[in-house]
Design a protein around this ligand. Structure first.
Ligand SMILES: C[S@@+](CC[C@H](N)C(=O)[O-])C[C@H]1O[C@@H](n2cnc3c(N)ncnc32)[C@H](O)[C@@H]1O
Length: 341
């Protein structure tokens, strides 16, 4: 079992971000005949809180603290653009397994867990027309018009997995904070992959905004934001600061050739480097609504703050994310593993 922490990632990713001028299973089932296609009306029992719409509690939305309304869907689609910038246009960093021609099981299948608006799954299906792609989520917020090799299902990935056929690639992105037990999730992924199948999780270390020049000060709104997200995650049993440990969960689940690729990204347009500036600008835009998306139900539903106090605090966090003198950085981790042949 080999573990690689990418030793020579692109220089602009690992170097300190320089800031500029502050003044500016069986194979005989077709995709259409899957046993999990029915949508019960309870998935549309959305919950409205403090001006935001959340997933139905009947499908598991009580433990998922982000909204699913139009504002959030627009944010998720913009976050897809940020991922594309970070991964230099790639949807996956792992090499995809190849179909074994002539075998009974040569239809390649991909699963996107917690697919959100389905934007990654749709792009992956377009880019890999020979694959069948299934995206699953608690909320039915995916479009109806999708590539013919792509479909969506409402499913809670913390319930029993009942897929009739194995997958060749399982993808998850930005699911930290949604998962109670990563060892169970990765074990389910392992069991539902065909031999040689690949797992790839692309995750942001959401509980640790920091700076390299001390401009994110202890006790400041951004530092307090880290703290409350982590506290709420603990109470919910869904840790927000677990991203650096995912690689160990992947290894423990039995995957081999486990690889972790770590990068960092800025919040705001302060970096000097044009690519970092572009990424930082997109991330700053994402956080205009993302700060509340991650924070509002965490503070009110979980930590029992008064909504007005929570909104005031979150506005102060956004104000600091918009302050060019505060050079906030986050890390992201891509973890890849292969199920042995
Ligand atoms: C932060 S969003 C990321 C969406 C998507 N992966 C992306 O990167 O665009 C997390 C998604 O996971 C879904 N989710 C959270 N917990 C889930 C669960 N237990 N089962 C299925 N989906 C879940 C949420 O509904 C939401 O759409």
């Amino acid at each position: 079992m080999a573990t690689t922490i990418e030793s020579n990632p692109p220089a602009e990713v690992e170097a300190e971000i320089e800031f500029g001028d502050d003044s500016e299973q069986s194979c005989d089932e077709s995709i259409a005949e899957s046993d999990t296609t029915s949508l019960s009306s309870s998935v549309f029992d959305y919950v409205y809180e403090n001006g935001r719409r959340y997933a139905s509690h009947r499908t598991g939305g009580d433990t998922y603290v982000l909204p699913n309304d139009d504002v959030e869907q627009a944010r998720l689609d913009l976050a897809h653009h940020y991922w594309s910038l970070m991964l230099r246009g790639k949807l996956n960093l792992a090499d995809l397994p190849q179909a074994k021609k002539g075998s009974d099981c040569d239809q390649m299948r991909a699963l996107d867990l917690g697919t959100g608006t389905g934007i990654w799954a749709i792009d992956f299906a377009d880019a890999n027309e020979e694959w069948e792609v299934i995206g699953t989520d608690l909320s039915p917020i995916q479009p109806r018009w999708v590539p013919p090799n792509c479909k969506f299902e409402v499913d809670n990935f913390e319930d029993n997995w009942i897929y009739g056929k194995p997958f060749n690639y399982i993808h998850g992105r930005n699911l930290v904070g949604c998962v109670a037990d990563w060892s169970v999730l990765f074990k389910n992924c392992f069991d539902n992959l065909a031999p040689g199948g690949i797992l790839e999780f692309q995750e942001t270390d959401i509980g640790r905004a920091y700076s390299e020049d001390g401009s994110v000060k202890p006790g400041s709104p951004i530092a307090e934001y880290n703290k409350v997200l982590c506290e709420a995650g603990k109470i919910l049993g869904r840790e927000a600061d677990i991203t650096p440990k995912l690689v160990d969960f992947v290894k423990a689940a039995g995957f081999v050739d486990v690889k972790e690729i770590k990068m960092k990204f800025p919040v705001g347009s302060w970096p000097k480097d044009p690519r970092q500036k572009e990424i930082g600008t997109v991330v700053q835009e994402i956080l205009q609504t993302g700060t509340e998306a991650y924070g509002l139900a965490s503070l009110t539903r979980v930590l029992k703050w008064e909504p007005a106090k929570a909104k005031e605090f979150l506005a102060s966090v956004v104000k600091d994310f918009n302050n060019r003198k505060i050079h906030t950085v986050y890390d992201l981790h891509v973890v890849i593993g292969r199920k042995p042949e």
